[in-house]
Design a binder for this molecule. Structure first.
Ligand SMILES: C[S@@+](CC[C@H](N)C(=O)[O-])C[C@H]1O[C@@H](n2cnc3c(N)ncnc32)[C@H](O)[C@@H]1O
Length: 185
């Protein structure tokens, strides 16, 4: 299963309703570029990452491939999302990507962590537009800390959104696991 395609497909399901989008872990910028390609032209994209290298890579990718996209980058953890996103976007965000783990091709130790991921997800639930929003969370289990982060996300989802859709390879205990939460019709 291609988890990136699956998460893009879920977000594309609310095409036409995406005015504010957030990539909570912008990394190499692929999810951000996808969001830019399907957002409304008047929309705005907000991207977070703790690594300057990720911000630089993604900025370049967006500038080269979606120069028309209004995009703001925060060199900060997604756990600070609520303080950093403009007040007028609160309750009006239509899509969030949380593609967890580490930046491919860089230091695997700089990966997302259970505690800050749950803070970021809690903020996303508060900031989501309840009439139209998809929250995509892709967990990787095989690296150090990955399984405990996955378990924390699973507990969070079961407590807050038991009806969320889940995708994984059930034959492989270490397969990534994708959670898709959808608000609105
Ligand atoms: C798997 S990559 C993201 C891939 C990316 N969405 C893409 O399309 O290429 C995970 C990213 O999360 C970043 N990260 C780690 N901790 C973070 C945090 N607390 N807040 C935001 N980003 C974080 C890492 O630096 C890394 O770039």
């Amino acid at each position: 299963m291609n988890f990136t395609e699956k998460s893009h497909e879920a977000v594309a399901g609310i095409r036409g309703k995406i005015f504010y989008a957030v990539d909570a872990t912008v990394g190499g910028g692929r999810d951000a570029l996808f969001a830019a390609s399907i957002m409304e032209p008047s929309g705005k994209l907000f991207c977070f990452d703790v690594q300057a290298e990720a911000i630089a890579r993604s900025k370049k990718l967006i500038e080269e491939n979606a120069p028309e996209c209004a995009c703001e980058f925060f060199h900060a953890g997604h756990e600070h999302m609520k303080e950093l996103l403009p007040r007028q976007t609160h309750g009006r965000i239509n899509c969030f990507f949380f593609n967890l783990g580490w930046l491919p091709g860089s230091d695997k130790k700089i990966a997302t962590r259970a505690e800050t991921t749950i803070e970021g997800l809690s903020a996303a639930f508060e900031l989501a537009d309840r009439n139209a929003c998809v929250i995509s969370v892709c967990c990787y289990k095989a690296h150090e800390g990955g399984m405990s982060e996955f378990r924390a996300v699973e507990r969070f989802m079961e407590a807050n959104f038991p009806d969320c859709k889940r995708y994984t390879d059930t034959l492989n205990d270490l397969s990534p696991e994708l959670f898709i939460v959808k608000f609105g019709g």
